[in-house]
Design a protein around this ligand. Structure first.
Ligand code: BDR
Ligand code: CA
Length: 309
């Protein structure tokens, strides 16, 4: 069983990623940390608790982290995720509490205590960067970071050059990519191939459990924005790619490359510059995913979520 920490800014697609992890016996989620991103921190922290309660996991340690990026003002994405960040279905207000203390302290403490932890990063990388600044020794102790963010050839979804998670906190992303930790990156190139088509949503609804119903409703809400925008059926289901890669890496193709993050240009702030063709001598610091078996991905999600309440 692989031990994972999930750092997240839920978000409908974050929610489905968390549920996929909770539903998978190969993974043990040792804690969830929240960060400001899709919506402000109080809402991402609320949403994380709603998701764990939906899965019947009121025991999960959830810690709130950074309310704003390292240097910039917070940029949010209510235009994609709705006002709550989790629009699409009414779920009960969470009863479980956040744990006392800051997510960054929990990350440092857990990573110093436990060996071989995989960090799954589903939002802006602020908490992870702060943890690395606070205790640089965690870099050598983290087994790997698997993250959703950036783009290779795909361009951006918040500016022409940048993907949302990296754009919100480019300084944090740059710091994480420079830390010497093994990284697997699921960029927009992959997630834009993983579309929530109607039959895929219908399969989730047909599970008949409350998790399937909620995920179908979230996907329906979440897709509307992208469907209009990109003129295709369904929207990209980004964050569960992180968990799916851990469960079934054979669903993906990719390549080890150097990745650098732009932190200063106004035009391309937050852009991930991926040396896909190896045209520089810069060090390969990430496995960049490029392809996905989308049918297999949705099949995995649907099968696993059937095991939850
Ligand atoms: C990423 O940004 C958020 O909107 C999603 O949750 C995902 O993590 C996609 O760019
Ligand atoms: Ca996210």
């Amino acid at each position: 069983v692989k031990k994972i920490l999930i750092d997240t800014d839920p978000g409908q697609d974050d929610a489905i990623a968390i549920l996929l992890a909770l539903a998978s016996p190969e993974l043990e989620v040792v804690g969830i940390t929240t960060v400001a991103g899709n919506v402000p921190l109080p809402l991402t922290s609320r949403n994380a608790r709603i998701i764990c309660e939906l899965a019947g996991r009121t025991d999960m340690p959830i810690f709130a982290g950074a309310a704003k990026p390292l240097q910039r003002e917070l940029v949010t994405a209510e235009f994609v995720h709705g006002k709550s960040g989790l629009d699409g279905i009414e779920l009960p207000e969470p009863q479980m509490r956040l744990r006392e203390g800051h997510a960054v302290d929990f990350l440092v403490e857990t990573l110093m205590r436990l060996e071989g932890i995989t960090v799954c990063a589903l939002g802006p990388l602020t908490n992870i960067a702060l943890a690395l600044q606070k205790e640089p020794r965690i870099a050598a102790r983290i087994e790997q970071i698997v993250l959703m963010g950036g783009g290779c050839f795909e361009g951006g979804n918040i500016t022409p050059a940048a993907e949302f998670n990296f754009f919100v906190d480019p300084q944090a992303a740059a710091l994480v990519f420079a830390a010497g930790i093994p990284i697997t990156m699921a960029p927009l190139d992959v997630t834009h191939q993983a579309l929530t088509t109607r039959p895929r949503i219908a399969a989730l609804r047909a599970l008949g459990n409350r998790t399937g119903l909620a995920c179908a409703a979230w996907m329906e809400f979440f897709e509307r924005f992208d469907e209009e925008k990109y003129g295709q059926e369904g929207g990209p289901l980004h964050d569960p790619c992180v968990i799916a890669w851990l469960l079934k890496p054979e669903l993906f193709t990719g390549r080890r490359c150097n990745v650098e993050i732009e932190t200063s240009s106004d035009l391309t702030l937050g852009m991930s510059v991926v040396d896909w063709w190896g045209v520089t001598p810069r060090k390969q610091n990430a496995l960049v995913l490029g392809g996905i078996d989308a049918e297999g991905y949705f099949k995995l999600i649907t099968e696993r979520l059937g095991a939850l309440p």
